[in-house]
Design a protein around this ligand. Structure first.
Ligand code: SAH
Length: 475
């Protein structure tokens, strides 16, 4: 994070705008709307800006900028088209520790003004850290169109009840539940329909009836194989609702970051043969937290019910009659296959697909090999890297062709996604020459061959072609 977002009270404070044209006018307008007293400094100041400054309780100085203009100022905005003047203002302000913004020159700024969606008192600010104001503006336009104007009025109403609610419901978690119910229920709908009095009456009624009933629940959520875009809407909604998040190594930090910021985070580990927290402890922790009335998110890589021990985690909850929801996720097999151009089934090559664990126990793998060697079948091995030699050897020994294609996908769907393709006969040697980083998935079957045709964008010729003919709308 390059900048710390802050909302600053400027009401009644002196703010300086250096510049006298339309850009200066726009900036001054924003300051005045927030209650600042604005003084404009420039050899020529347009009439509209003059009037604005005077009405705000500020002044107009029709001359060049000098250091003294910053006396008593809390913020200065340089909005001239002269880069030397802008630099001078920035340096003068910084030497006095006064906040400074220079229009279109982020390197001279100590503060930047975000794009805003104004539903006062609700304000949403969007910033690209000065890198792409256009992108920030586009995003703002998107938000503008999805957030009804009445959100401002709703915020106002809720603000009026804040103290009352705090007195009536002293417990933080219960109070938050109450507000969530209000903000997503009929009270909000009445506000959106413009019926303020009815909304206010209903809020009062709800508050009278509010009962302290702590009731925890657990969300067992599949976070997909790595790419945050592969989360489901439901996963994201519950991630933003949970009070406590239990996550492990398989869930990428970018995904954990999408959970509620003020939630409590508990890392429960799970590196291969180095379980930070034993499974039994995780199971009982879920029960304990839910019984405290918390909304507990158990975030799992891929799908919770595919080699995810989801069933075990739920058993304890079911026994204690604790409510839970399970949210499916995209399992590694589906994610890795799609992102590698390998269809798991195919009319001509594979009529079935089988997900198998290649986890080693005491350095052996006890699998029904006979069932895994049918030609028209795709086998996906989870947790198979350590046992790759055994997998290849046993499959050949039980009758699968040594030339059967096999792919090893490393950190599928993430920016480190890498695919190694070989045959059952040569894959162990190929992998031995590479540095492979976990997690990895192994796909065995004729379908692996299709990658050559389907992942055309990764072949060298294609790279040459796309370099030679840039697409039309390349910026
Ligand atoms: N519940 C998970 C699987 C957990 S078992 C799911 O449905 O995907 C852990 C194994 O999943 C890893 O050892 C690896 O084989 C596989 N895996 C998970 N994410 C992966 C990824 N991004 N790329 C490759 N393999 C992955």
């Amino acid at each position: 994070m390059d900048y710390l977002p802050l909302f600053t009270r400027v009401s009644g404070s002196h703010c300086i705008v250096v510049g006298g044209g339309t850009v200066a006018l726009r900036k001054a307008g924003a300051l005045v709307r927030a209650g600042a007293r604005v003084t404009a400094v420039a050899p020529e100041v347009c009439d509209e800006l003059k009037a604005l400054c005077r009405d705000s309780g500020g002044a107009v100085r029709e001359r060049a900028f000098t250091d003294d203009d910053l006396d008593q100022a809390m913020l200065v905005i340089a909005a001239t088209d002269d880069t030397d003047v802008n630099r001078e203002v920035s340096e003068a302000a910084q030497s006095r520790q006064i906040l400074v913004n220079v229009v279109d020159q982020p390197e001279l700024c100590t503060v930047i003004l975000p794009s805003i969606v104004d539903r006062s008192p609700l304000i949403i600010a969007v910033s690209s850290g000065g890198r792409s104001p256009v992108l920030a503006r586009l995003l703002r336009a998107k938000l503008e169109s999805t957030i009804p104007a009445s959100y401002g009025k709703l915020t106002e109403l809720v603000g009026q009840f804040r103290d009352q609610v705090r007195k009536r419901i002293p417990d933080f978690n219960q109070r938050r539940d109450f507000w969530e119910r209000i903000l997503q229920g009929p009270v909000a709908e009445l506000m959106f329909a413009g019926r303020r009095d009815a909304a206010s009456d209903m809020l009062e009624e709800e508050l009278r009836d509010a009962r302290p009933t702590p009731r925890g629940e657990v969300y067992l959520v599949g976070a997909g194989p790595g790419d945050p875009d592969l989360l489901t809407f439901k996963a994201l909604r519950l991630m933003q609702k949970a009070d406590v998040v239990l996550h492990d190594r398989l869930v990428a930090p970018q995904i954990v970051d999408l959970c509620r910021k003020d939630a409590e985070y508990i890392y429960v580990g799970k590196a291969r043969s180095n379980h930070t927290m034993p499974q039994d402890d995780i199971n009982s922790l879920l029960v304990k937290l839910a019984k405290e009335g918390k909304r507990v998110l158990r975030l799992k890589g891929g799908d919770p019910f595919i080699f995810g021990r989801g069933g075990e985690e739920l058993a304890g909850l079911a026994e204690e009659r604790i409510p839970f929801q399970v949210v499916p996720g995209i399992t590694a097999a589906a994610g890795c296959a799609s992102y590698s151009g390998i269809p798991l089934t195919h009319r001509d090559y594979a009529q079935s697909v089988r997900f198998v664990t290649g986890h080693l126990k005491d350095n052996t793998m006890n699998l029904p090999w006979q069932e895994l060697v049918h030609k028209q079948q795709t086998i996906v091995f989870y947790m198979g890297l350590q046992g790759l030699d055994i997998i290849c050897r046993e499959m050949i020994a039980h009758g699968r062709e040594p030339e059967t294609p096999i792919a090893l996908i490393q950190q599928g769907t993430t920016p480190n996604h890498k695919v190694l393709v070989g045959t059952l006969a040569n894959m162990p040697a190929l992998v031995a020459q590479e540095e492979v980083a976990a997690p990895t998935l192994i796909i065995v079957g004729e379908v692996v061959k299709l990658r050559e045709q389907l992942a055309w964008y990764e072949t060298p010729q294609q790279e040459a072609i796309s370099k030679a003919t840039p697409t039309q709308d390349t910026p």
